[in-house]
Design a protein around this ligand. Sequence first.
Ligand SMILES: Nc1ncnc2c1ncn2[C@@H]1O[C@H](COP(=O)(O)OP(=O)(O)OP(=O)(O)O)[C@@H](O)[C@H]1O
Ligand SMILES: [Mg+2]
Length: 451
Amino acid sequence: MRWLIAAVVLVAVLAGLLRWRRPAWYWLSFGVTFATCRVLGRYRAVMDACGLTVPPPRWRLAIARMANRPVPEPRAPRILRLRPTRTGLVLRLGLRPGQDAFDVAASCDRLRHSFGMFGVTSREIRSGVVELRMTGYDVLRRVQMPARAERSTMRVPVALREDGGVHYRDYRTTPHALTIGATKSGKSVYQRNLVAELAAQEVALVGIDCKQGVELFPLARRFSALADNPDTAADLLDALISHMEDVYQLIRSEQRITADTPDADIAADIWDLPDHLRPVPVVLLVDEVAELALFATKDEEKRRDRIITALARLAQLGRAAGIYLEICGQRFGSELGKGITMLRAQLSVRTAHRVNDETSANMAFGDIAPDAVLATVQIPVSAPGLAITGDASGGWSRIRTPHTSLRAAVDACNKHAHLTPDLPALDAFRPVLASPAVPVAIPAPAAPATP
Ligand SMILES: Nc1ncnc2c1ncn2[C@@H]1O[C@H](COP(=O)(O)OP(=O)(O)OP(=O)(O)O)[C@@H](O)[C@H]1O
Ligand SMILES: [Mg+2]
């Protein structure tokens, strides 16, 4: 008996320790069983308490009355499926007549407390079926991407969502993106993650990093073109536009519009071209975009107009030529001058890290998802990398990227350096790879004059 008590105490201590130090392991070892029992055991009572039941139908009341039986109880949504996952539980519910998905969404916070879960979100699968995704612990505190996240052409996993799902950046469905955030909020780490993932794909990476290249130049072996100041950036963007024009010429020459060509074979973008002719897609990453839009002199103003016009043209026309924009900055609003809001309207994926004021959050979500603005201003300073992401559909979610160090990103880029394509139009901007690091001499402070 003493052995049994000792074993139970040991297991309880172990569970407590795991829950405190390694919540993901606790969930997989103990949490999932406890949570499943709790959800199934309390289901009816919780649904009743949360107002998610409907009265029984009239015919059942009539039968009960005729048979002199007790009045049937109100009915909760039917459980269609309960599936444990790596981070929580997925509960699929069949709604009763008179209920709607909004009722369930409005009760998510109450369900979270009642089932003792860390988070609950809901989404409608189809008419009458709602899925509740529950997380057993704070999955965004220490991000661990699932080892087997799906990857396909131009679709890469970049972050974990608060419901435990993977957030993908899919260039073919949403070509251009804007990422904003205050300084030290995690924008460059987000972009670095994206580069590390894209490095393994058949894609040309082109970068503009106005912080003198400190973020992107270490990854240069996987980049087909890089610019580290606004002057080079202006020339690079012009070259990218001429690349785009070449690609359109190629698509036109391959369109094959004759009466006997089936509709599906008419090429309208690079993905319709046969494999051997398809030009490699290009992802243009811009860090610190505001640097490109600021000016102090007349010449700089001309350069700024040239850059913003080129970016707007790429955003409007680039998609079919396989040119995708990924723009990062601290703010991206009309105060940066003319053309900015027109450019912003083309950037359909919006991601906002921590911001210092509501106006900055409005720049990302004001025109697409007003509730996301509130969620953005609530991001704490203590969680860099935490962000809100949304797209033009109005849906949004809280995400966090894994903390990819610069070393890990450099390793990924070096490993896939052989995939770096040569784009003839951008040859002049190909980064020069100096193998031994040249020490930069920082001038010593002048010695004080001796009397
Ligand atoms: N996903 C993350 N998880 C954990 N820590 C992170 C994450 N993202 C960023 N950080 C931390 O925040 C620091 C700042 O991140 P980052 O350089 O990406 O900020 P930034 O928004 O680009 O800032 P700036 O505008 O000054 O360039 C990083 O050095 C890292 O320590
Ligand atoms: Mg940065």
